[in-house]
Design a protein around this ligand. Structure first.
Ligand SMILES: Nc1ncnc2c1ncn2[C@@H]1O[C@H](COP(=O)(O)OP(=O)(O)OP(=O)(O)O)[C@@H](O)[C@H]1O
Ligand SMILES: [Mg+2]
Length: 470
Protein backbone atom coordinates (compact mmCIF):
# COMPACT_ATOMS: atom_id res chain seq x y z
CA UNK A 1 0.00 0.00 0.00
CA UNK A 2 1.33 3.45 -0.79
CA UNK A 3 1.07 6.15 1.80
CA UNK A 4 -0.15 9.57 0.60
CA UNK A 5 3.36 10.93 1.06
CA UNK A 6 4.79 8.37 -1.33
CA UNK A 7 2.05 9.08 -3.79
CA UNK A 8 3.02 12.74 -4.23
CA UNK A 9 6.74 12.70 -3.51
CA UNK A 10 8.70 14.49 -6.26
CA UNK A 11 10.91 12.47 -8.63
CA UNK A 12 14.44 11.75 -7.39
CA UNK A 13 15.85 13.90 -10.21
CA UNK A 14 14.13 16.92 -11.82
CA UNK A 15 15.03 15.37 -15.21
CA UNK A 16 14.09 11.86 -14.12
CA UNK A 17 12.26 9.33 -16.24
CA UNK A 18 8.67 10.29 -16.96
CA UNK A 19 9.04 13.94 -15.88
CA UNK A 20 7.48 16.73 -17.90
CA UNK A 21 10.89 18.46 -17.97
CA UNK A 22 12.51 15.47 -19.60
CA UNK A 23 9.72 15.09 -22.13
CA UNK A 24 9.91 18.76 -23.10
CA UNK A 25 13.70 18.72 -23.43
CA UNK A 26 13.72 15.50 -25.44
CA UNK A 27 10.95 16.68 -27.77
CA UNK A 28 12.30 20.17 -28.39
CA UNK A 29 15.82 18.82 -28.95
CA UNK A 30 14.50 16.15 -31.30
CA UNK A 31 12.57 18.77 -33.29
CA UNK A 32 15.58 21.09 -33.52
CA UNK A 33 17.78 18.13 -34.52
CA UNK A 34 15.34 17.12 -37.26
CA UNK A 35 15.10 20.67 -38.63
CA UNK A 36 18.85 21.29 -38.61
CA UNK A 37 19.59 17.92 -40.21
CA UNK A 38 17.01 18.51 -42.98
CA UNK A 39 18.35 22.04 -43.50
CA UNK A 40 21.92 20.74 -43.62
CA UNK A 41 20.97 18.07 -46.14
CA UNK A 42 19.27 20.66 -48.37
CA UNK A 43 22.30 22.95 -48.30
CA UNK A 44 24.66 20.12 -49.17
CA UNK A 45 22.35 18.93 -51.95
CA UNK A 46 22.04 22.46 -53.37
CA UNK A 47 25.82 22.90 -53.27
CA UNK A 48 26.26 19.58 -55.03
CA UNK A 49 23.95 20.71 -57.78
CA UNK A 50 25.65 24.09 -58.14
CA UNK A 51 29.12 22.53 -58.24
CA UNK A 52 28.04 19.88 -60.74
CA UNK A 53 26.43 22.51 -62.96
CA UNK A 54 29.69 24.45 -62.86
CA UNK A 55 31.57 21.35 -63.96
CA UNK A 56 28.99 20.75 -66.69
CA UNK A 57 29.37 24.36 -67.89
CA UNK A 58 33.11 23.89 -68.05
CA UNK A 59 32.67 20.62 -69.93
CA UNK A 60 30.30 22.30 -72.41
CA UNK A 61 32.75 25.13 -72.89
CA UNK A 62 35.62 22.69 -73.35
CA UNK A 63 33.83 20.45 -75.80
CA UNK A 64 32.58 23.34 -77.92
CA UNK A 65 36.04 24.67 -78.77
CA UNK A 66 38.66 23.53 -81.08
CA UNK A 67 42.05 23.74 -79.52
CA UNK A 68 45.35 24.65 -81.07
CA UNK A 69 47.86 21.80 -80.67
CA UNK A 70 49.31 21.48 -77.18
CA UNK A 71 47.23 24.30 -75.88
CA UNK A 72 45.45 24.20 -72.60
CA UNK A 73 41.79 23.47 -72.41
CA UNK A 74 39.73 26.63 -71.90
CA UNK A 75 37.77 26.81 -68.72
CA UNK A 76 40.55 24.97 -66.95
CA UNK A 77 43.30 27.46 -66.35
CA UNK A 78 45.30 25.06 -64.21
CA UNK A 79 44.89 22.26 -66.66
CA UNK A 80 44.87 19.77 -63.84
CA UNK A 81 43.20 16.48 -64.55
CA UNK A 82 41.22 17.54 -67.64
CA UNK A 83 41.09 15.08 -70.46
CA UNK A 84 40.08 15.77 -74.06
CA UNK A 85 40.06 13.21 -76.84
CA UNK A 86 39.44 14.18 -80.45
CA UNK A 87 38.80 11.32 -82.77
CA UNK A 88 38.94 12.01 -86.51
CA UNK A 89 38.50 9.14 -88.96
CA UNK A 90 39.46 6.51 -86.39
CA UNK A 91 42.59 8.40 -85.27
CA UNK A 92 42.33 9.82 -81.79
CA UNK A 93 44.36 12.50 -80.12
CA UNK A 94 44.42 12.91 -76.33
CA UNK A 95 45.08 16.19 -74.55
CA UNK A 96 45.52 15.73 -70.83
CA UNK A 97 47.73 16.76 -67.99
CA UNK A 98 47.40 13.31 -66.55
CA UNK A 99 48.40 10.05 -68.15
CA UNK A 100 45.30 8.32 -69.44
CA UNK A 101 45.56 4.51 -69.39
CA UNK A 102 44.40 2.72 -72.54
CA UNK A 103 41.35 1.17 -70.79
CA UNK A 104 40.25 4.62 -69.61
CA UNK A 105 40.66 5.96 -73.12
CA UNK A 106 38.43 3.18 -74.46
CA UNK A 107 35.84 3.89 -71.79
CA UNK A 108 35.89 7.58 -72.78
CA UNK A 109 35.59 6.91 -76.49
CA UNK A 110 32.58 4.70 -75.80
CA UNK A 111 30.64 7.69 -74.43
CA UNK A 112 28.10 8.97 -76.97
CA UNK A 113 26.89 12.53 -77.34
CA UNK A 114 24.19 13.71 -74.94
CA UNK A 115 24.01 15.09 -71.39
CA UNK A 116 27.13 14.82 -69.20
CA UNK A 117 27.44 11.42 -67.50
CA UNK A 118 29.49 10.07 -64.61
CA UNK A 119 31.97 7.34 -65.53
CA UNK A 120 34.40 5.54 -63.24
CA UNK A 121 37.57 5.58 -65.33
CA UNK A 122 39.97 2.66 -64.97
CA UNK A 123 42.99 3.84 -62.92
CA UNK A 124 41.71 7.46 -62.64
CA UNK A 125 38.54 7.39 -60.60
CA UNK A 126 35.18 9.09 -61.07
CA UNK A 127 34.93 11.56 -64.00
CA UNK A 128 32.19 13.69 -65.47
CA UNK A 129 32.21 13.06 -69.21
CA UNK A 130 30.63 14.93 -72.15
CA UNK A 131 30.84 13.85 -75.81
CA UNK A 132 30.17 15.66 -79.07
CA UNK A 133 29.76 13.98 -82.49
CA UNK A 134 30.03 16.93 -84.85
CA UNK A 135 32.27 17.86 -86.70
CA UNK A 136 34.13 14.87 -85.24
CA UNK A 137 33.89 12.74 -82.14
CA UNK A 138 35.17 14.73 -79.17
CA UNK A 139 35.07 13.63 -75.55
CA UNK A 140 35.94 15.85 -72.57
CA UNK A 141 36.14 14.70 -68.99
CA UNK A 142 36.64 16.44 -65.69
CA UNK A 143 37.41 14.64 -62.44
CA UNK A 144 34.43 14.48 -60.06
CA UNK A 145 36.80 15.45 -57.25
CA UNK A 146 36.13 19.00 -58.49
CA UNK A 147 32.68 18.46 -57.04
CA UNK A 148 33.32 16.01 -54.22
CA UNK A 149 36.29 17.77 -52.60
CA UNK A 150 34.57 21.07 -51.79
CA UNK A 151 31.39 19.12 -51.06
CA UNK A 152 33.16 16.94 -48.49
CA UNK A 153 34.50 19.92 -46.59
CA UNK A 154 31.08 21.51 -46.72
CA UNK A 155 29.52 18.27 -45.46
CA UNK A 156 31.96 18.15 -42.54
CA UNK A 157 31.25 21.80 -41.70
CA UNK A 158 27.50 21.23 -41.90
CA UNK A 159 27.71 18.12 -39.72
CA UNK A 160 29.77 19.97 -37.11
CA UNK A 161 27.38 22.92 -37.16
CA UNK A 162 24.36 20.63 -36.89
CA UNK A 163 25.89 18.82 -33.93
CA UNK A 164 26.74 22.10 -32.25
CA UNK A 165 23.22 23.43 -32.82
CA UNK A 166 21.64 20.28 -31.37
CA UNK A 167 23.89 20.50 -28.32
CA UNK A 168 23.20 24.21 -27.82
CA UNK A 169 19.46 23.69 -28.24
CA UNK A 170 19.55 20.78 -25.75
CA UNK A 171 21.42 22.84 -23.15
CA UNK A 172 19.30 25.94 -23.69
CA UNK A 173 15.99 24.02 -23.59
CA UNK A 174 17.09 22.19 -20.48
CA UNK A 175 17.94 25.44 -18.74
CA UNK A 176 14.71 27.13 -19.76
CA UNK A 177 12.55 24.11 -18.90
CA UNK A 178 14.24 23.57 -15.55
CA UNK A 179 13.85 27.21 -14.66
CA UNK A 180 10.18 27.26 -15.70
CA UNK A 181 9.35 24.07 -13.85
CA UNK A 182 11.17 24.98 -10.65
CA UNK A 183 8.07 26.67 -9.16
CA UNK A 184 6.06 23.54 -10.00
CA UNK A 185 8.60 21.39 -8.16
CA UNK A 186 8.41 23.73 -5.19
CA UNK A 187 4.63 23.34 -5.31
CA UNK A 188 5.00 19.55 -5.27
CA UNK A 189 7.33 19.81 -2.28
CA UNK A 190 4.76 21.93 -0.44
CA UNK A 191 1.98 19.47 -1.30
CA UNK A 192 4.15 16.63 0.00
CA UNK A 193 4.73 18.48 3.26
CA UNK A 194 1.01 19.05 3.65
CA UNK A 195 0.24 15.39 2.92
CA UNK A 196 2.60 14.41 5.73
CA UNK A 197 0.82 16.57 8.31
CA UNK A 198 -1.08 14.63 10.98
CA UNK A 199 -4.45 16.21 10.21
CA UNK A 200 -6.64 13.50 11.71
CA UNK A 201 -5.96 14.69 15.25
CA UNK A 202 -5.64 17.97 17.08
CA UNK A 203 -6.84 21.32 15.86
CA UNK A 204 -5.91 20.45 12.28
CA UNK A 205 -3.76 23.50 11.73
CA UNK A 206 -2.10 23.65 8.32
CA UNK A 207 0.88 25.95 8.87
CA UNK A 208 2.24 25.40 5.36
CA UNK A 209 1.53 27.63 2.36
CA UNK A 210 2.98 28.04 -1.11
CA UNK A 211 5.43 30.99 -1.03
CA UNK A 212 3.87 34.25 -2.33
CA UNK A 213 6.35 34.33 -5.24
CA UNK A 214 4.94 31.01 -6.47
CA UNK A 215 1.32 32.06 -5.99
CA UNK A 216 0.95 34.91 -8.48
CA UNK A 217 -2.06 34.95 -10.81
CA UNK A 218 0.01 35.86 -13.91
CA UNK A 219 1.49 32.41 -14.62
CA UNK A 220 -0.10 28.97 -14.90
CA UNK A 221 1.94 27.52 -12.06
CA UNK A 222 1.31 30.67 -10.01
CA UNK A 223 -2.44 30.18 -10.43
CA UNK A 224 -2.11 26.57 -9.25
CA UNK A 225 -0.14 27.85 -6.24
CA UNK A 226 -2.83 30.43 -5.54
CA UNK A 227 -5.61 27.85 -5.81
CA UNK A 228 -3.61 25.50 -3.61
CA UNK A 229 -3.27 28.16 -0.92
CA UNK A 230 -7.01 28.87 -1.08
CA UNK A 231 -7.66 25.15 -0.75
CA UNK A 232 -5.41 24.96 2.30
CA UNK A 233 -7.24 27.94 3.87
CA UNK A 234 -10.47 26.07 3.27
CA UNK A 235 -9.17 22.80 4.67
CA UNK A 236 -7.83 24.58 7.72
CA UNK A 237 -11.18 26.27 8.27
CA UNK A 238 -13.03 22.96 7.96
CA UNK A 239 -10.63 21.20 10.32
CA UNK A 240 -10.92 23.98 12.87
CA UNK A 241 -14.72 23.75 12.69
CA UNK A 242 -14.51 19.99 13.14
CA UNK A 243 -12.17 20.43 16.09
CA UNK A 244 -14.53 22.95 17.71
CA UNK A 245 -17.51 20.65 17.39
CA UNK A 246 -15.50 17.64 18.61
CA UNK A 247 -14.32 19.64 21.60
CA UNK A 248 -17.92 20.60 22.36
CA UNK A 249 -19.06 16.96 22.21
CA UNK A 250 -16.14 15.88 24.41
CA UNK A 251 -16.84 18.61 26.88
CA UNK A 252 -20.48 17.58 26.92
CA UNK A 253 -19.59 13.92 27.57
CA UNK A 254 -17.14 14.93 30.29
CA UNK A 255 -19.69 17.25 31.94
CA UNK A 256 -22.50 14.73 31.65
CA UNK A 257 -20.38 11.94 33.10
CA UNK A 258 -19.28 14.20 35.89
CA UNK A 259 -22.82 15.31 36.67
CA UNK A 260 -24.00 11.68 36.68
CA UNK A 261 -21.56 10.75 39.42
CA UNK A 262 -23.48 12.50 42.23
CA UNK A 263 -26.98 11.09 41.55
CA UNK A 264 -25.37 7.66 41.09
CA UNK A 265 -23.62 7.95 44.43
CA UNK A 266 -26.98 8.90 45.99
CA UNK A 267 -28.74 5.90 44.41
CA UNK A 268 -26.06 3.58 45.72
CA UNK A 269 -26.18 5.23 49.15
CA UNK A 270 -29.95 4.84 49.42
CA UNK A 271 -29.78 1.25 48.21
CA UNK A 272 -27.23 0.49 50.89
CA UNK A 273 -29.33 2.23 53.51
CA UNK A 274 -32.39 0.21 52.51
CA UNK A 275 -30.37 -3.03 52.58
CA UNK A 276 -29.71 -2.49 56.30
CA UNK A 277 -33.35 -3.30 56.91
CA UNK A 278 -33.27 -6.13 54.38
CA UNK A 279 -34.92 -8.66 56.69
CA UNK A 280 -38.11 -6.59 56.74
CA UNK A 281 -38.28 -6.51 52.91
CA UNK A 282 -40.41 -8.85 50.82
CA UNK A 283 -38.37 -11.20 48.60
CA UNK A 284 -39.07 -9.47 45.28
CA UNK A 285 -38.18 -6.06 46.78
CA UNK A 286 -34.86 -7.53 48.04
CA UNK A 287 -34.21 -8.89 44.54
CA UNK A 288 -35.01 -5.52 42.98
CA UNK A 289 -32.70 -3.87 45.46
CA UNK A 290 -29.88 -6.22 44.45
CA UNK A 291 -30.50 -5.29 40.80
CA UNK A 292 -30.48 -1.58 41.62
CA UNK A 293 -27.13 -2.02 43.36
CA UNK A 294 -25.48 -4.03 40.61
CA UNK A 295 -26.82 -1.81 37.80
CA UNK A 296 -25.77 1.36 39.59
CA UNK A 297 -22.32 -0.18 40.09
CA UNK A 298 -22.15 -0.95 36.39
CA UNK A 299 -23.28 2.55 35.56
CA UNK A 300 -20.62 3.98 37.86
CA UNK A 301 -17.96 2.01 36.01
CA UNK A 302 -19.36 3.22 32.68
CA UNK A 303 -19.42 6.84 33.86
CA UNK A 304 -15.85 6.56 35.18
CA UNK A 305 -14.74 5.03 31.86
CA UNK A 306 -16.41 7.79 29.85
CA UNK A 307 -14.92 10.43 32.08
CA UNK A 308 -11.47 8.89 31.74
CA UNK A 309 -11.76 8.75 27.94
CA UNK A 310 -12.97 12.36 27.81
CA UNK A 311 -9.98 13.40 29.92
CA UNK A 312 -7.51 11.42 27.83
CA UNK A 313 -8.98 13.11 24.74
CA UNK A 314 -8.65 16.66 25.96
CA UNK A 315 -5.54 16.84 28.12
CA UNK A 316 -4.05 13.50 29.14
CA UNK A 317 -2.90 13.99 32.72
CA UNK A 318 -0.58 11.10 33.44
CA UNK A 319 1.53 10.66 36.51
CA UNK A 320 4.58 9.48 34.54
CA UNK A 321 7.37 7.85 36.57
CA UNK A 322 9.78 4.92 36.26
CA UNK A 323 7.60 1.89 36.89
CA UNK A 324 8.58 -1.74 37.46
CA UNK A 325 6.39 -3.37 34.80
CA UNK A 326 7.17 -6.87 36.08
CA UNK A 327 5.55 -6.08 39.39
CA UNK A 328 2.44 -4.55 37.79
CA UNK A 329 2.02 -7.58 35.55
CA UNK A 330 2.49 -9.93 38.49
CA UNK A 331 -0.18 -8.13 40.55
CA UNK A 332 -2.65 -7.92 37.66
CA UNK A 333 -2.34 -11.65 36.93
CA UNK A 334 -2.74 -12.53 40.63
CA UNK A 335 -5.92 -10.42 40.71
CA UNK A 336 -7.23 -12.20 37.61
CA UNK A 337 -6.40 -15.58 39.10
CA UNK A 338 -8.24 -14.67 42.28
CA UNK A 339 -11.27 -13.43 40.36
CA UNK A 340 -11.51 -16.49 38.11
CA UNK A 341 -10.18 -19.97 38.69
CA UNK A 342 -11.84 -21.49 35.61
CA UNK A 343 -9.13 -20.13 33.32
CA UNK A 344 -5.49 -21.14 33.33
CA UNK A 345 -3.38 -18.10 34.06
CA UNK A 346 0.35 -18.06 33.43
CA UNK A 347 3.16 -15.55 33.35
CA UNK A 348 6.21 -15.29 31.13
CA UNK A 349 8.57 -12.79 32.73
CA UNK A 350 12.20 -11.96 31.90
CA UNK A 351 15.03 -12.36 34.41
CA UNK A 352 15.83 -8.66 34.48
CA UNK A 353 13.58 -5.99 35.88
CA UNK A 354 11.97 -3.94 33.13
CA UNK A 355 11.27 -0.34 34.01
CA UNK A 356 8.98 1.75 31.84
CA UNK A 357 8.11 5.43 31.95
CA UNK A 358 4.44 5.13 32.85
CA UNK A 359 1.55 6.03 35.09
CA UNK A 360 1.43 2.93 37.35
CA UNK A 361 -2.30 3.23 38.07
CA UNK A 362 -3.24 3.57 34.38
CA UNK A 363 -0.84 0.83 33.27
CA UNK A 364 -2.38 -1.51 35.81
CA UNK A 365 -5.83 -0.58 34.52
CA UNK A 366 -4.81 -1.30 30.92
CA UNK A 367 -3.42 -4.75 31.74
CA UNK A 368 -6.47 -5.49 33.90
CA UNK A 369 -8.74 -4.60 30.95
CA UNK A 370 -6.89 -7.03 28.68
CA UNK A 371 -6.96 -9.81 31.28
CA UNK A 372 -10.65 -9.13 31.93
CA UNK A 373 -11.33 -9.50 28.21
CA UNK A 374 -9.45 -12.80 28.13
CA UNK A 375 -11.61 -13.89 31.03
CA UNK A 376 -15.02 -12.71 29.86
CA UNK A 377 -14.75 -13.35 26.11
CA UNK A 378 -13.33 -16.89 26.20
CA UNK A 379 -14.84 -20.13 27.54
CA UNK A 380 -13.77 -21.72 30.86
CA UNK A 381 -10.54 -23.71 30.63
CA UNK A 382 -8.90 -21.26 28.22
CA UNK A 383 -5.19 -20.61 28.87
CA UNK A 384 -4.15 -16.99 29.20
CA UNK A 385 -0.49 -15.96 29.22
CA UNK A 386 0.80 -12.52 30.15
CA UNK A 387 4.35 -11.97 28.87
CA UNK A 388 6.88 -9.17 29.14
CA UNK A 389 10.06 -8.34 27.26
CA UNK A 390 12.16 -5.31 26.38
CA UNK A 391 12.59 -4.52 22.70
CA UNK A 392 13.89 -1.48 20.81
CA UNK A 393 13.46 0.99 23.66
CA UNK A 394 10.02 -0.27 24.65
CA UNK A 395 8.58 -2.55 27.28
CA UNK A 396 6.50 -5.03 25.28
CA UNK A 397 3.58 -6.52 27.19
CA UNK A 398 1.49 -9.20 25.55
CA UNK A 399 -1.66 -10.98 26.65
CA UNK A 400 -2.26 -14.19 24.72
CA UNK A 401 -5.19 -16.57 24.96
CA UNK A 402 -6.16 -19.70 23.07
CA UNK A 403 -9.85 -18.84 23.02
CA UNK A 404 -12.16 -18.47 19.99
CA UNK A 405 -10.59 -15.15 18.92
CA UNK A 406 -11.99 -11.66 18.33
CA UNK A 407 -14.85 -11.69 15.80
CA UNK A 408 -13.29 -10.80 12.40
CA UNK A 409 -15.96 -8.17 11.62
CA UNK A 410 -15.04 -6.09 14.69
CA UNK A 411 -11.25 -6.50 14.48
CA UNK A 412 -10.63 -3.34 12.39
CA UNK A 413 -12.53 -1.17 14.89
CA UNK A 414 -11.95 -3.12 18.08
CA UNK A 415 -10.03 -0.22 19.68
CA UNK A 416 -12.84 2.24 18.98
CA UNK A 417 -15.45 3.18 21.54
CA UNK A 418 -18.46 0.90 22.01
CA UNK A 419 -17.19 -1.80 19.66
CA UNK A 420 -18.50 -5.15 20.83
CA UNK A 421 -19.10 -8.44 19.14
CA UNK A 422 -22.62 -9.59 18.34
CA UNK A 423 -24.39 -10.34 21.66
CA UNK A 424 -24.74 -14.02 20.70
CA UNK A 425 -20.97 -14.40 20.80
CA UNK A 426 -20.61 -12.94 24.23
CA UNK A 427 -20.19 -15.79 26.62
CA UNK A 428 -21.22 -14.31 29.89
CA UNK A 429 -22.21 -11.07 31.55
CA UNK A 430 -23.37 -9.81 28.18
CA UNK A 431 -25.21 -7.09 30.01
CA UNK A 432 -22.02 -5.82 31.62
CA UNK A 433 -20.09 -5.44 28.38
CA UNK A 434 -19.88 -1.82 27.27
CA UNK A 435 -17.22 -1.94 24.59
CA UNK A 436 -15.09 0.76 26.24
CA UNK A 437 -12.33 -1.46 27.67
CA UNK A 438 -10.10 -1.57 24.59
CA UNK A 439 -10.81 2.09 23.75
CA UNK A 440 -9.37 2.95 27.15
CA UNK A 441 -6.40 0.62 26.55
CA UNK A 442 -5.67 2.36 23.26
CA UNK A 443 -6.14 5.91 24.62
CA UNK A 444 -3.98 5.28 27.71
CA UNK A 445 -1.18 3.61 25.75
CA UNK A 446 -1.18 6.40 23.15
CA UNK A 447 -1.04 9.01 25.92
CA UNK A 448 2.11 7.18 27.06
CA UNK A 449 3.59 7.53 23.57
CA UNK A 450 3.20 3.79 23.03
CA UNK A 451 1.10 1.56 20.81
CA UNK A 452 -1.25 -1.39 20.97
CA UNK A 453 -2.02 -4.01 18.35
CA UNK A 454 -4.15 -7.08 17.98
CA UNK A 455 -3.42 -10.31 16.19
CA UNK A 456 -6.32 -12.70 16.49
CA UNK A 457 -7.52 -15.88 14.90
CA UNK A 458 -9.50 -18.76 16.37
CA UNK A 459 -7.22 -20.48 18.91
CA UNK A 460 -4.77 -17.64 19.32
CA UNK A 461 -5.43 -14.03 20.27
CA UNK A 462 -2.56 -11.71 21.13
CA UNK A 463 -2.83 -8.14 22.34
CA UNK A 464 0.60 -6.47 22.28
CA UNK A 465 1.33 -3.21 24.13
CA UNK A 466 4.46 -1.14 23.74
CA UNK A 467 5.36 1.49 26.32
CA UNK A 468 8.62 3.48 26.23
CA UNK A 469 11.29 2.25 28.65
CA UNK A 470 12.39 4.57 31.45
N1 LIG B 1 -9.51 -11.98 24.30
C1 LIG B 1 -10.59 -11.82 23.55
N2 LIG B 1 -11.15 -12.87 22.90
C2 LIG B 1 -12.23 -12.71 22.13
N3 LIG B 1 -12.85 -11.53 21.93
C3 LIG B 1 -12.37 -10.46 22.55
C4 LIG B 1 -11.21 -10.53 23.38
N4 LIG B 1 -10.94 -9.28 23.83
C5 LIG B 1 -11.90 -8.48 23.31
N5 LIG B 1 -12.74 -9.16 22.54
C6 LIG B 1 -13.88 -8.63 21.78
O1 LIG B 1 -13.69 -7.25 21.63
C7 LIG B 1 -14.83 -6.51 22.10
C8 LIG B 1 -14.40 -5.20 22.67
O2 LIG B 1 -13.70 -5.37 23.88
P1 LIG B 1 -13.73 -4.21 24.96
O3 LIG B 1 -12.85 -4.59 26.07
O4 LIG B 1 -13.44 -2.93 24.27
O5 LIG B 1 -15.24 -4.16 25.39
P2 LIG B 1 -16.00 -5.17 26.31
O6 LIG B 1 -15.05 -6.12 26.92
O7 LIG B 1 -17.08 -5.72 25.48
O8 LIG B 1 -16.62 -4.20 27.38
P3 LIG B 1 -15.86 -3.51 28.60
O9 LIG B 1 -14.45 -3.92 28.55
O10 LIG B 1 -16.05 -2.06 28.38
O11 LIG B 1 -16.57 -3.98 29.80
C9 LIG B 1 -15.47 -7.43 23.10
O12 LIG B 1 -16.84 -7.15 23.21
C10 LIG B 1 -15.19 -8.79 22.51
O13 LIG B 1 -16.17 -9.12 21.56
MG1 LIG C 1 -13.38 -5.49 27.95
Amino acid sequence: MTTPAEAVSPPAHPMGKGTLARQLVVRVTALVALLTIVLGMFTVLASFQILQREVDDRLNAAVGRRLPDGDRIPGDPTGSGVIRIDSIDGVSRTISSVTVPIEAKQQLLAVRAGDPVNVRLEGLGMYRVLAREYPFHTVVALPMSEVTKPLTSQLVMTALLTGAMILVSYLATRRVVEASLRPLNRLTATATQVSNLPLERGEGQVPIRVAPADAQPDSEVGRVGLAFNHMLDNVEGALAARHRSETKVRQFVADASHELRNPLASIRGYAELTRRGEDALPEDAAYALGRIESESDRMSVLVEDLLLLARLDSQPTLDLQPVDVTEILLNAVSDARAADSEHQWSLDLPEDVITAMADPHRLHQVITNLLANARTHTPAGTSVTAALRAEAGSAVISVTDNGPGVAPEIQPTVFERFTRADASRVRQDSGSSTGLGLAIVSAVVKAHGGSVELDSQPGRTVFTLRVPLA
